[in-house]
Design a protein around this ligand. Structure first.
Ligand code: ADP
Ligand code: ZN
Length: 627
């Protein structure tokens, strides 16, 4: 324990810290020595200054921007205990583990603790030996806990995943509502609310509900430049998935499916193809679910096949891909789910395969749900906004950000439509043909049958209904069936056609169809790329951190990774808690010979140097000696 100089002006401050801490630490020092980073990123410094001055802050940064340091650092620099409110126990466990590895005295208090462990944490709070405490919102309402809190000075309250307080978003947690009381109960203790939600309505909502209308708001672009978006029409879904996964050998990622059955089938099938995949959905036995989640966090190169029950609060930084095998619920959901890729800032991919069947299914789910009419209409509009992005001929990123009210200045160059642009064509005549065929067949059939009629197929169904006799029979032979499917999807996405979910997805005409049929409106359509995949598009290969390394450095990098895996396994922690990839790449480049050289690598702090420094230095020395 460091001895404290007896200066009266600093005594007041240090006594609050129970004497176990070096004197008033500076944010830069903590950033360097504890977390091992050379500089703050983006607006981190501004947020920290605000909280250090005792003021409230609302932090709206996208995933991976580094929100955690915005409260962790002031909590370590201000006198007193920092309280972090977090909705999920799994999330707390991860964060506490990572902080402990960095030498921070952190703990979590939640219902998973037995009374004895809880008492130990209470004791640590009372004697001032804790710096950061993670709690669930329920815990703050607990009388016993509040009595313990009243005995110590508090550095700050950080409300993580603050969008959970809003009913508007999709992660609403009623317990969060009680957090509005913090302002009165702990006046003078600065509060921060943090979220990666990009939805403007939720953001205003959370400021009101958490009584943060006086707080300073820090907001950055919600763009995730390291994520590449790709949305394809579904043809052979499994083969499409396999081709996509081939670009991500030995990397971690998530495959989202809509139903539990599909999750299990897909995971099983991937395993049969030699891909290490595990299922995750709310119907699995709790033990299996937890084991699969832990495996995903602890091991490298696992593919987790999951329903949307998986993901919130998963902080794994090196998720390299997120694939959707079904249409997500909305643009917001899509952005949040794909946002779980690439927290570490390294190149990552978001992939979606979808088709008309998804549209029919989603419409039915909305219609058959028990929400009131106006909510159903809103959900329908959300679905249409997503379809618009799926069917755009323009840049996906521009479309996504525009949905959140942001203007991205130019096509991004890192999405499928930018990397391999799609042509557009005057689709007015094609639209008229399709609409006529729908009308002539009585607006009772799905896209498959209507297209059979258009392309002049003589299936049983076509013959049975006498559709060979229609004037529209065979008038669409100038385009293949696949192209017609694309036309149908685009017209539905644009509201120029509707699907009747009560009638097995029958295509029907809308008000907007009439204008097209009467020739009053021109229709611009995209010409789909067909089977040509991104992989073949020039320059489309995804870069990785190791790409920047020369062959020899790269070889060292791989050896460092193996050492990291070994250390992680021995300590029962995830590899990225030892060091992230970027830090290993930094070591491979710098080839540190002495502890102070290793400390200079970004991501190496004092505590990790003490714990793992020798092992990594020995490996570098052996490598340099040619061993
Ligand atoms: P968020 O909570 O905003 O999604 P995190 O706080 O989990 O993001 O940070 C994402 C990653 O960025 C983490 O691996 C973190 O250690 C790293 N990071 C944060 N701030 C910095 C910084 N100033 N310099 C380098 N890396 C940083
Ligand atoms: Zn783009």
């Amino acid at each position: 324990m460091p001895s404290l100089p007896h200066l009266p002006d600093i005594l007041a401050e240090t006594s609050l810290h129970a004497g176990s801490e070096p004197l008033s630490r500076q944010p830069e020092d903590v950033l360097r020595t504890v977390f091992g980073y050379p500089a703050f990123r983006g607006l981190q410094r501004d947020v920290i200054d605000t909280v250090m001055a005792g003021r409230d802050a609302v932090v709206l940064f996208p995933t991976g921007a580094g929100k955690s340091l915005c409260y962790q650092i002031p909590a370590l620099c201000r006198p007193g205990l920092g309280i972090v409110i977090s909705p999920l126990i799994a999330l707390m466990k991860d964060q506490v583990g990572a902080l402990e590895a960095a030498g921070v005295r952190a703990a979590a208090l939640n219902s998973a603790l037995d009374p004895e462990a809880r008492e130990a944490v209470h004791g640590a709070i009372r004697d001032g030996s804790l710096e950061l405490l993670y709690v669930t919102p329920e815990r703050l309402g607990n009388e016993g806990f509040r009595r313990v809190l009243d005995t110590v000075p508090l550095a700050l309250f950080a409300i993580d995943e603050a969008h959970c307080v809003s009913q508007w978003g999709h992660d609403f947690r009623p317990e969060y509502l009680s957090l509005s009381l913090l302002a009165e109960r702990y006046p003078g203790v600065p509060r921060l609310a943090l979220t990666a939600t990009a939805d403007p309505h939720t953001r205003t909502d959370l400021r009101e509900r958490l009584r943060l209308d006086q707080a300073e708001v820090f907001q950055t672009s919600f763009d995730r430049p390291n994520i590449r978006y790709e949305i394809v029409e579904r043809s052979n879904q499994r083969q499409q998935l396999l081709a996509f996964l081939a670009r991500h050998k030995n990397e971690s990622g998530i495959v989202y499916c809509l139903s539990r059955a599909k999750v299990e089938e897909t995971a099983e099938w991937l395993c049969s193809k030699g891909i290490r995949a595990l299922p995750y959905h709310a119907g699995l036995d709790a033990g299996v679910r937890a084991a699969n989640q832990d495996a995903f966090l602890l091991h490298e190169g696992l593919c987790l096949v999951a329903t949307v029950a998986f993901g919130m609060g998963i902080d794994k930084p090196d998720v390299r891909f997120v694939a959707h095998l079904d249409l997500p619920a909305s643009v917001e959901a899509y952005y949040q789910e794909t946002g779980r890729a690439g927290r570490d800032g390294a190149p990552s991919e978001a992939f979606m395969a979808y088709g008309m069947a998804d549209v029919v299914q989603r419409r039915r789910m909305i219609a058959e749900g028990d929400a009131p009419e106006e909510i159903k209409r809103a959900e329908q509009a959300k679905l249409n906004a997503l379809l618009g992005i799926c069917e755009t001929a323009g840049c996906r990123r521009q479309g996504l950000l525009a949905h959140f009210g942001e203007t991205y200045p130019k096509p991004c160059g890192n999405c499928d439509t930018c990397l391999s642009p799609v042509d557009t064509f005057d689709g007015t005549e094609a639209a008229q043909k399709l609409m006529s065929a729908i009308y002539r067949t009585g607006q009772r059939f799905g896209a498959g049958h209507v297209i059979d009629v258009l392309t002049g197929k003589d299936t049983d169904k076509v013959t049975r209904f006498g559709h060979t006799a229609l004037s529209v029979y065979g008038i669409g032979q100038d385009m293949p069936a696949k192209a017609w499917q694309s036309v149908a999807r685009q017209l539905v996405a644009a509201g120029r056609l509707d699907v009747d979910h009560r009638n097995f997805g029958a295509l029907t005409l809308t008000e907007a169809s009439r204008a097209v049929l009467r020739g009053e409106e021109r229709v611009e359509l995209r010409r789909d790329r067909g089977a040509k995949s991104l992989k073949k598009a020039s320059g489309a290969r995804l870069a990785s951190i190791a790409d920047d390394l020369q062959a020899e450095d790269r070889y060292l990098f791989e050896r460092l990774r193996r050492l990291r895996t070994q250390i992680a396994r021995d300590n029962g922690i995830p590899p990225y808690v030892v060091f992230p990839d970027a830090t290993l790449a930094g070591i491979a480049l710098a080839r540190p010979g002495r502890p102070e050289d290793l400390l200079a690598v970004s991501g190496v702090g004092q505590s990790k140097l003490d714990k793992y420094g020798d092992a990594f230095l020995d490996l570098v020395a052996a490598f340099e000696a040619g061993v």
